[in-house]
Design a protein around this ligand. Structure first.
Ligand SMILES: NC(=O)c1ccc[n+]([C@@H]2O[C@H](COP(=O)([O-])OP(=O)(O)OC[C@H]3O[C@@H](n4cnc5c(N)ncnc54)[C@H](O)[C@@H]3O)[C@@H](O)[C@H]2O)c1
Length: 356
């Protein structure tokens, strides 16, 4: 496959992307998710990239993870000219990007996302970060990678649960930016996500990267347009947090899918989306095996029906997107058309109680 570039994202095998990154004589280092270390080690060794394996998990996207990477870079005398590669899922790309943006006040970095979620979302757009005191991504930077190398062939080893998680973010991106491809993707996924071939995955990832890159280019630091990418994340994140607190975490994508279903319902309640389209989005996602928020919270957090709305309301109050009495919420106007709105928290809580 010929490498093709969308902004700074290059599609093609890693072995073809690496030479242009490591040319110039500066030393190159890589943080590699242990799950894919065997796959990447030969190419890294061939090009003289020094690398460390990193056991990725959300708990390790933390100051401890940062310390591990910064300590390793110092020990290996990485200087300000060094290039740092982050190879792995979103945990590894977020953490490595953050480490690169603060190590010696910032060194060059590039990403090689190896989960679908990281390819369509986490590695694109220059948001880096770590979790702190139980708050996701609360410490981080905006820092653009020099390049993002995307090769969908690496997804072949991804567990189905992780593939489903990434598909939810891909569908989110299509709801935001491409109605026709959304419909086509839902149809194809109904045949079983694990049956999608590399050509289909590659077309999906390219389109999602194109949509996200376009939005990010218009608003790199999330002052307006970029907020659209938070579709499904306000209530999805609340549901994710409730399940996490109950000790039965769900993948980020499962929570986002539930959040999109909820966003469609809120959009209908707010009068910006037809009821039939809200129901059709809900049915699409359910037909792919995603749950709505009550389903997730009863199955994973053991909540009874009457406990769902109060619990959700409580977490909405703690949302980092909340600003005093207001909260950012992305409404769906139609497939391929969304708008970021500022909702009164009391109003949103009222809608939650109406819906659930
Ligand atoms: N920066 C952003 O804009 C942004 C956007 C969305 C999500 N995120 C972040 O992304 C993170 C989630 O990313 P994720 O879902 O990729 O999680 P992850 O990095 O934890 O990866 C999921 C699992 O897949 C394994 N894995 C990775 N590549 C593999 C492969 N090719 N084959 C087999 N296993 C593989 C990992 O070891 C891990 O166990 C969250 O921390 C989230 O906050 C960031």
């Amino acid at each position: 496959m010929e490498p093709v570039s969308v902004e700074n994202v290059v599609f093609g095998p890693f072995g073809q992307c690496l030479p242009s990154l490591v040319q110039g004589g500066d030393r190159a280092f890589a943080v590699v998710d242990s799950a894919v270390a065997d796959r990447f080690a030969p190419v890294l060794d061939e090009f003289g990239v020094e690398w460390m394996a990193f056991r990725a998990s959300e708990e390790r996207k933390s100051f401890e993870g940062l310390q591990e990477i910064a300590g390793w870079l110092l020990e290996h005398e990485a200087d300000r000219g060094a290039l740092l590669l982050g190879i792995g899922g979103g945990v590894t790309t977020d953490l490595t990007g953050f480490a690169a943006s603060v190590y010696k006040r910032g060194i060059r970095y590039a990403l090689v996302p190896t989960t679908l979620l990281a390819q369509v979302d986490a590695a694109v757009g220059g948001k880096t970060g770590i979790d702190f005191h139980g708050c996701k991504n609360v410490i981080g930077t905006f820092s653009m990678p020099e390049a993002v190398c995307v090769d969908t062939a690496v997804l072949a080893s991804l567990p189905l649960e992780e593939l489903r998680s990434g598909m939810a973010e891909a569908l989110k991106t299509l709801v935001i930016g491409d109605a026709a491809m959304y419909r086509e993707a839902v149809e194809r996924m109904r045949g079983g996500m694990e049956r999608l071939g590399d050509n289909e995955l590659s077309a999906l990832v390219r389109r999602c990267v194109g949509i996200k890159s376009g939005i990010v280019a218009a608003d790199r630091t999330e002052k307006g347009e970029r907020m659209k990418l938070n579709l499904g994340h306000t209530l999805g994140h609340a549901a994710e947090s409730v399940c996490l607190e109950a000790g039965r975490p769900v993948t980020h994508g499962e929570a986002v899918a539930a959040g999109i279903i909820a966003a469609a319902a809120v959009s209908w309640k707010k009068g910006v989306l037809d009821r039939s389209l809200a129901e059709s989005i809900c049915n699409d996602l359910k037909s792919l095996g995603y749950s709505d928020i009550p389903g997730l919270l009863s199955r994973h957090a053991g909540l009874r029906e009457e406990e769902i709305a109060p619990k959700l309301s409580e977490f909405v109050l703690n949302d980092k997107k909340r600003n005093k009495d207001f909260i950012n919420f992305v409404l769906i106007r139609g497939l391929g058309s969304v708008m970021a709105e500022v909702l009164d928290v009391n109003e949103l809580q009222g809608i939650i109680h109406d819906l659930y």
